[in-house]
Write a protein that binds this ligand. Sequence first.
Ligand code: ATP
Length: 220
Amino acid sequence: MKLNQFVIIGLGRFGSSLGRELVQLGYEVLGVDRDEEKVDEMSNVLTHAVVADGTDEEVLRSVGVRNFDCGVVAIGDDIQASILAAILLKDLGVKKVVGKAVNELHGRVLEKIGVDRVVYPERDMGIRVAHQLVSPNLLDYIELSKNYTIAELGVPKCLSGKSLSDINPRGRFGCSVVAINKPKGMIIAPVADDILSENDVMVVIGTNRQIEEFQDSIEK
Ligand code: ATP
């Protein structure tokens, strides 16, 4: 299902950043916040922004939330309001509802009431930054499952001028370099003879352990 229209309840730091990015990506976004100042700040950024209480069913009906493909509840501190807003979006027929949780218990409640996706921005960003701090070459990563990851690793000076067959990550660690991002462009499915340069970025797929071992070997 392609999502085109988004309604965001709560225009705090998370909700406003999400809305801004979605608009830049070319999507329509309605923002709802009970704080007039927040709405004023975002009124020139979002497609529409209204001052309203996201826990008021009549209000949500009147702004037509049921016509939206995706609703994001980005209320944090007021957990009760977050839960009520999420239930209302589901009941009013929003196809996909995403909830921001401030802790595990909040997240479990959102899951129980049928929220389609629960996100933990502070927790997840903390984990991400920790990984990046302890592994200077790790630029970014996506967890494909509990054990498998795609990671972007910066090429350090010591690997500059070497080919993939020289460093042989598949033979030595079992992980594969599926792309190399160079200033001139991306090499997809690189071959053994492709040469790395400092500051290129390798896109590597493998188990968490294989990628860790590869990272350790290039950080030494
Ligand atoms: P962030 O980290 O994204 O800034 P937060 O987790 O600190 O947010 P809050 O600041 O409590 O969470 O809430 C985010 C926004 O949601 C605020 O702008 C607040 O005014 C708005 N908000 C809270 N409750 C409601 C509600 N019932 N209806 C509409 N907006 C609400």
